[in-house]
Design a protein around this ligand. Structure first.
Ligand code: HEM
Length: 179
C-alpha cells in the first residue's frame, strides 16, 4: 500500500485527536518500521490492519466506521496533493466516470506499484450512477468515505447505497446527486 495512505492516516489522527494519540496508536500497533512512513514508500497492507485494530480498540468504532471517516479525510488530502489528476473533471459523476480509466491510471503512472481497485460504471444518468468496485482488500468502506469526501469537494449532496454482489470482493455503489 502506498505510503501516502499511511501518512494521511497519521495526519488525520494528529489533527482530529492529537499528536500524542497518533504516537500511542503507532506504538501499540508495533509496526515493522515504528511508523516512519514516507508518502512515496510502499508498506504491507497488514500494517494498515494493525493500525485499524488498535484504533478499533481505542475508539470503540468498527473498522467500517474508521475506514469511512478516513476515506473522507483522504479524499481531501489527495485532492490537495494530486489535484492535477482531477483537472477537467467538473462534477462528481464525471470524476467517478473517469476514476478507473483516467484518474487511477494517472496514479499508476506516478506510482507503478500502487495497489489500485477496479471500478466499472454500470449505468449513468445526469443525476445518478451505479458503479461496481472490486478489490481483494474489500475496502468498500474506504471507498464510501472517498465518495463522501469527493461529494463535499464538488459541493454536492448525495444519497448512496452499497450492495454486496454475489461475486467475491465485489460491491456496487448506487449514487444519486440530490443537490
Ligand atoms: C484525487 C483523486 C484520487 C487519487 C489521487 C487517488 C489515488 C489513490 C492512491 C494513491 C491509492 C493507494 C494505492 C495503494 O494502496 O498503493 C488509492 C487507493 C484507493 N482508491 Fe483512489 N484516488 C482518488 C480518488 C478515489 C475515489 C474518488 C475513490 C472512490 C470511490 C477511490 C477509491 C480508492 C480505494 C477504495 C482505494 C484503496 C485500494 C483498494 O480498494 O484496494 N479513489 N487511490
Amino acid at each position: 500500500m502506498l505510503g501516502i495512505v499511511f501518512t494521511s492516516l497519521v495526519e488525520m489522527l494528529e489533527e482530529k485527536a492529537s499528536p500524542e494519540f497518533a504516537d500511542e496508536v503507532i506504538n501499540e500497533a508495533q509496526l515493522e518500521n515504528d511508523g516512519a512512513f514516507t508518502a512515496v514508500g510502499y508498506y504491507p497492507f497488514s500494517e494498515m490492519k494493525k493500525l485499524l485494530d488498535v484504533l478499533m480498540e481505542k475508539t470503540g468504532k468498527s473498522a467500517d466506521e474508521l475506514l469511512h471517516e478516513f476515506g473522507v479525510y483522504l479524499f481531501g488530502r489527495l485532492s490537495q496533493s494530486h489535484g492535477q489528476v482531477l483537472a477537467g473533471k467538473e462534477s462528481l459523476l464525471d470524476m467517478l466516470q473517469y476514476l478507473d480509466g483516467d484518474i487511477h491510471v494517472q496514479v499508476r503512472k506516478l506510482y507503478p506499484d500502487a495497489d489500485l481497485p477496479r471500478f466499472t460504471v454500470k449505468s449513468r444518468t445526469d443525476k445518478a450512477m451505479r458503479m461496481r468496485y472490486y478489490s481483494e482488500r474489500d475496502l468498500y468502506a474506504l471507498a464510501e468515505g472517498l465518495l463522501d469526501g469527493a461529494a463535499a469537494f464538488y459541493n454536492c449532496n448525495i444519497t448512496r447505497e452499497t450492495i454486496k454482489t454475489g461475486e467475491p470482493h465485489t460491491y456496487e455503489f448506487s449514487i444519486q446527486v440530490t443537490g
